[in-house]
Write a protein that binds this ligand. Structure first.
Ligand code: GAR
Length: 208
């Protein structure tokens, strides 16, 4: 059975694009992109999604950001309309700058993934690349993880390290991390579609 995919975005959508391209080019198989949802209107991700022939929907949160089950119910209704269900679906957060409510997480348990621009559990939350630079770490990176009820705390699927260079600023570091985000997010979605991710406590085992 194929996986019906929803991607939740807030802005540029380059991770979303990497996933849609991965599907188009056959590096991800058995995944059907059903809908892209943005909490903000007029963002680049919406145009790109439509270029890929994917339904792109705005569910405007008017800038209100906290975890909110009432808001998430609107997302849920949209996922249901597009047949992205807890038994056949995958929901990828791709630069989705909202915290999802625990009710939503429970409904789609282990079927929501997120990409984060640091090696979690270091530097959760906003501005992870800036946090890394300010802390002075020599190595940072990116993480794809399943979403649980916490913020950036769920079981880790894949990570990749990125070296911090002497002359890095937030922009240069973020752009090198972003290249690796695109690679590991595509790989994580493919592993999910192949049924190769097994969650054991906090560990995600990748079946050979
Ligand atoms: C990415 O770097 C992603 O890891 C980050 O936002 C950017 C979105 O870029 N997400 C977070 O910081 C989540 N806490 P994109 O819209 O081009 O994919």
């Amino acid at each position: 059975m194929s996986i019906n995919l929803a991607i939740l975005v807030s802005g540029r959508g380059s991770n979303m694009e990497a996933i849609l391209r991965g599907i188009r080019e056959g590096r991800i198989s058995n995944v059907v992109p059903k809908v892209v949802v943005s909490n903000r209107p007029n963002v680049r991700a919406l145009d790109v999604a439509r270029q890929y022939g994917v339904d792109a929907v705005v569910i405007d949160d008017d800038g209100r950001k906290g975890a909110d089950w009432e808001y998430d119910k609107r997302i849920l209704a949209c996922l249901e309309e597009h047949d992205v269900m807890p038994d056949n679906g995958l929901v990828c957060l791709a630069g989705f700058m909202r915290i999802v409510s625990s009710e939503f997480v429970r409904r789609y348990r282990w079927r929501i993934m997120n990409i984060h621009p640091s090696l979690l559990p270091a530097f959760p939350g906003l501005h992870a690349q800036r946090q890394a630079l300010e802390y002075g770490v020599k190595v940072t990176g990116c993480t794809v993880h399943f979403v649980d009820e916490g913020v950036d705390t769920g079981p880790i699927i894949l990570q990749e390290a990125v070296e911090v260079r002497e002359d890095d600023d937030v922009e240069s570091l973020a752009s090198r991390i972003l290249e690796r985000e695109h690679v590991i997010y595509v790989r994580a979605v493919q592993l999910f579609a192949e049924g190769r991710l097994r969650i054991e406590g906090r560990r995600v085992r990748i079946l050979i």
